[in-house]
Design a protein around this ligand. Structure first.
Ligand code: NAG
Length: 324
């Protein structure tokens, strides 16, 4: 027993000695990870809960974090008169959708429903929670956000599949916790985490910078494809409940974008819904992207997140349905 404890202690010390990657966390109350940064980056104090590896040579001021005991319950948004809404997601959120000339993502349609906030759409086609993480895209947003900014994270379309066949660089490790899967992708060894772990790491790092995070479930594939009776909504694709669980674990807002979209499509009916899927059952036309933007706005309106205060009058007339 005693030896075991000693060994695990030594492992923690070993981990702390590694250098943090660009834009990563390198300090803060309760932080047990690396406290020095890779070459070209300096660990910079942000607040008592967060220090970050920012570009710049070493030799600048090293600020010692003071250990304070403050209530961890505060959820009040830092006052930020000119907030930005960052969007992290895949082609269903990205500008120009699947980049095929006929599709669009909802992140490119949503800005007209807000006033007093700048939308910065960082969604990119083909990405999963895993590849968005590995490519440093969450770290880019973590580097950009200021206290009082908002971030919507929405993944799932590219997260499925199996790691046992050829790894596509996108599939996550099965499970919803701290499970890991060792793989080699593009000749590089990679420890693949679960969908939940990727979402929660990003959400926690963003929260540490004072951002207000919304975890949004993925959009559905065309539910009217090949059917005459609208399908049941009781068994969504697994990334929908996974997203809800991660929101509850990280104390962030959950928007069930999937369910609000299903509700809208049910009311639209088969032909109007089929008409917004020009290529396949995943990517929508600009009109479909606008439907998805409005179903997100509806879910947001029904939440208690402060972002709903930025919804403007133009949304009121086009967002229908009731809170689910
Ligand atoms: C809603 O906000 C958008 C973008 O800020 C703006 O273009 C539009 O005029 C606003 N509409 C209303 C009715 O406030």
């Amino acid at each position: 027993m005693y030896t075991k404890g000693f060994i695990s202690g030594a492992v923690i010390i070993g981990a702390a000695a590694a250098q943090q990657t660009a834009w990563g966390q390198c300090g803060g109350s309760g932080w047990t990870g690396p406290t020095t940064c890779v070459s070209g980056y300096t660990c910079t104090y942000s607040n008592d809960w967060y220090s970050q590896c920012l570009p710049g040579a070493a030799g600048t001021t090293t600020k010692t974090t003071t250990t304070t005991t403050r209530a961890a319950t505060t959820t009040t948004a830092a006052s930020n008169p000119t907030p930005t809404l960052y969007l992290c997601g895949d082609s269903t959120m990205a500008k120009s959708g699947a980049n095929d000339g006929s599709t669009d993502g909802w992140g490119n349609q949503v800005a007209k429903y807000f006033t007093g906030i700048t939308v910065n759409n960082q969604a990119i086609g083909g990405r999963s929670a895993r590849s968005y993480t590995r490519e440093g895209r969450f770290n880019t947003v973590i580097g950009l956000v200021k206290a009082g900014d908002f971030v919507v994270i929405e993944f799932g379309h590219n997260d499925g599949g199996s790691l046992t066949s050829t790894d596509n660089g996108r599939t996550d490790c099965p499970g919803t916790g701290s499970e890991t899967c060792p793989v080699t992708y593009n000749g590089v060894a990679e420890t693949v985490l679960t969908f939940s772990a990727y979402l929660e790491k990003a959400a926690n790092a963003l929260k540490a910078k004072g951002a207000i995070v919304i975890l949004s479930s993925q959009t559905p594939n065309n539910p009217w494809e090949g059917v005459t009776t609208f399908p049941s909504t009781s068994n969504p694709v697994r990334f929908v409940p996974y997203t809800e669980t991660s929101a509850s674990r990280t104390g962030t807002t959950y928007v069930n974008h999937w369910l609000y979209s299903m509700d809208l499509y049910k009311r639209l009916g088969a032909s109007a819904t089929n008409a917004v899927y020009p290529k396949d059952h995943t990517h929508t036309s600009p009109t479909g992207a606008d439907h998805m933007a409005r179903s997100f706005i509806k879910g947001l309106q029904c939440s208690s997140n402060a972002l709903k205060n930025k919804i403007n009058a133009s949304a009121a007339s086009v967002v229908s349905g009731s809170c689910l």
